[in-house]
Design a binder for this molecule. Structure first.
Ligand code: CUA
Length: 422
C-alpha cells in the first residue's frame, strides 16, 4: 500500500466502525418508545410514521439527484455565452404543483382514516376507565366494577379500553408511550382516548404526565399493567373486596426487633387473624422489568429506624391512621372516607407510592409519611409533613405534637396497618 492510499483507507476504516454503531442505535431496548406494535393505536401511528419516512426519503433522493444533475449538466464552461433568460414554464410549474399534491394525498388518506377511527368513540365493548389527573398523582376509576385506585392501572389484553380524561386542577397530559396515545387532561373539559392492547401479554409499562403542571410535574408518573382477561377478572375481585385488615382483632405485643435490622414487612398475619384468602391478582413483583422499578434517591437527612418498622403494630396503626382519614379513603374502615388523596383501600397491592416515585415497601412508606414534602416537591395543600421534629419544607417550621406530629413508633404502626391492606 502506498502512502497516497492512507487517507482513503482511514476513511473506510472509520466508516466500518461507525456504521454498526449507527445501526445499533436503531435497535435494542427502548422501554419508553412509542414505536411498538402492542396496540392498534400504536400500530396505526407507526404505519403512518413509516409511510411518511419512506415518502420523505423518496422526495429527498429525487430532489437531490435532480439538483446534482443540473449542477453538473448545466455548469458554466469556458467561453459559454450568457444563458437565456426565461420567465415561466407552464409544464414545469404544473409538475411541481401536482406531484407534491399527489404525495400529500397518499399521506392524507390513511392519516384521516386513523384520526377518524380513534376519535369517533371507542367500540361498544370497551372497558371504561375514568382517569383523573391531580397535582401530582393519577386516579383511576373503573365505573363498571366500582373500583377506585391510584397510580397503577390494570387493563386486560384483547379488549379495547376507553379512557375518559378529567383534571381535578390544572392541565396534565396522559401518556403510556408503549401503548399509545398522549392526550391532554384539561380542566373543565372531558377528553377521551382509546386503544386495544391486542399484541401484548402480561407486561408492565411506564406512564407519565407530559404537560408541565407545577413543582412535581416530573414526579407525576404511573404504572400500567396489561394482563390476561382471567388475571384482570381476578384483580377486579381482589380490588372490589374491602380492606383485608380486620379491626376487631386483639392487639398483640410488638414483635422483637429483628437482628441486624429487618428489611421485610411487619408480619401482620401473625398479629391479626388471617383474613380469608383474597383471590385478588396482583402483577408479580418479580416480573417487573427494571425500567418500571423506581430508583429515586432518598433525600439527605431523612432516616427511619428499621427496627421500629419490624415492631410496627397494625392494630395500633389503624388507630393512629386517624391522622390520615380526612384525606384518604380505606373501604372497610368506616372512619377513613377522605377523597382529597389517593384511595388506599388496597395500597399494599401496589408496587409504587408517591405516583411512581418510590417502591412500595415499609421503609419508603415510613419516610413518605414522615416527610413527604421532602421526598417530593409539593404545594401547601398537599400531603403534610407528619414526623415529629421534622422541618416542613413549605411551612419552614418543625412539626410538633400540637400540629399533629407522629412519633416514629406511630408511623411504624401506620405502615404496618397500610402494609396489611392487600
Ligand atoms: Cu401533571 Cu405534569
Amino acid at each position: 500500500m502506498t502512502r497516497s492510499h492512507r487517507p482513503r483507507h482511514h476513511f473506510a476504516l472509520a466508516l466500518t466502525v461507525a456504521l454498526p454503531l449507527l445501526l445499533a442505535a436503531c435497535s435494542g431496548q427502548y422501554p419508553n418508545s412509542t414505536f411498538t406494535d402492542l396496540t392498534d393505536l400504536n400500530r396505526d401511528a407507526r404505519g403512518l410514521w413509516n409511510l411518511m419516512i419512506w415518502l420523505g426519503i423518496g422526495v429527498f433522493v429525487f430532489v437531490e439527484a435532480l439538483l446534482v444533475y443540473v449542477m453538473i449538466r448545466f455548469r458554466r464552461r469556458p467561453n459559454d455565452p450568457e444563458p437565456e433568460h426565461v420567465h415561466g414554464n407552464t409544464k414545469l410549474e404544473l409538475a411541481w404543483t401536482i406531484l407534491p399534491a399527489f404525495v400529500l394525498v397518499i399521506i392524507a388518506v390513511p392519516t384521516v382514516k386513523s384520526i377518524w377511527k380513534f376519535n369517533t368513540g371507542a367500540p361498544a365493548n370497551a372497558l371504561q376507565v375514568d382517569v383523573i389527573g391531580h397535582q401530582w398523582w393519577w386516579e383511576f376509576r373503573y365505573p363498571e366494577h366500582n373500583i377506585v385506585t391510584a397510580n397503577e392501572l390494570y387493563i386486560p389484553t384483547g379488549r379495547p379500553v376507553n379512557f375518559t380524561l378529567r383534571s381535578a386542577d390544572v392541565i396534565h397530559s396522559y401518556w403510556i408511550p408503549q401503548l399509545g396515545g398522549k392526550r391532554d387532561v384539561v380542566s373543565n373539559r372531558v377528553n377521551t382516548l382509546w386503544f386495544t392492547p391486542d399484541s401484548v401479554g402480561t407486561q408492565a409499562f411506564n406512564g407519565s404526565c407530559n404537560e408541565y403542571c407545577g413543582a412535581s410535574h416530573a414526579n407525576m408518573r404511573f404504572r400500567a399493567y396489561t394482563v390476561s382477561p382471567d388475571e384482570f377478572d381476578r384483580w377486579v375481585v381482589g380490588q372490589q373486596a374491602t380492606a383485608a385488615f380486620t379491626a376487631s382483632a386483639p392487639a398483640a405485643p410488638p414483635a422483637a426487633p429483628a437482628a441486624g435490622g429487618a428489611t421485610t414487612a411487619t408480619p401482620v398475619a401473625e398479629q391479626a387473624p388471617a383474613p380469608p384468602a383474597a383471590p385478588g391478582y396482583v402483577f408479580p413483583r418479580e416480573q417487573l422489568p427494571t425500567h418500571v422499578v423506581p430508583k429515586t434517591p432518598i433525600p439527605a437527612g431523612l432516616t427511619f429506624d428499621e427496627n421500629l418498622l419490624a415492631a410496627g403494630d397494625a392494630q395500633r396503626g389503624q388507630q393512629a391512621f386517624i391522622s390520615c382519614i380526612g384525606c384518604h379513603k380505606v373501604r372497610g374502615n368506616p372512619q377513613a372516607v377522605g377523597v382529597i388523596g389517593p384511595d388506599l383501600t388496597h395500597i399494599a397491592s401496589r408496587h409504587t407510592i408517591a405516583a411512581g416515585l418510590f417502591p412500595n415497601d415499609p421503609r419508603h412508606m415510613a419516610l413518605w409519611i414522615k416527610n413527604a414534602r421532602k421526598m417530593k416537591p409539593m404545594g401547601a395543600m398537599s400531603m403534610p409533613t407528619l414526623g415529629m421534629g421534622e422541618v416542613d419544607p413549605i411551612l419552614k417550621t418543625a412539626v410538633t405534637r400540637s400540629t399533629g406530629g407522629l412519633t416514629d413508633q406511630q408511623i411504624a404502626d401506620i405502615v404496618a396497618y397500610l402494609m396489611s391492606l392487600k
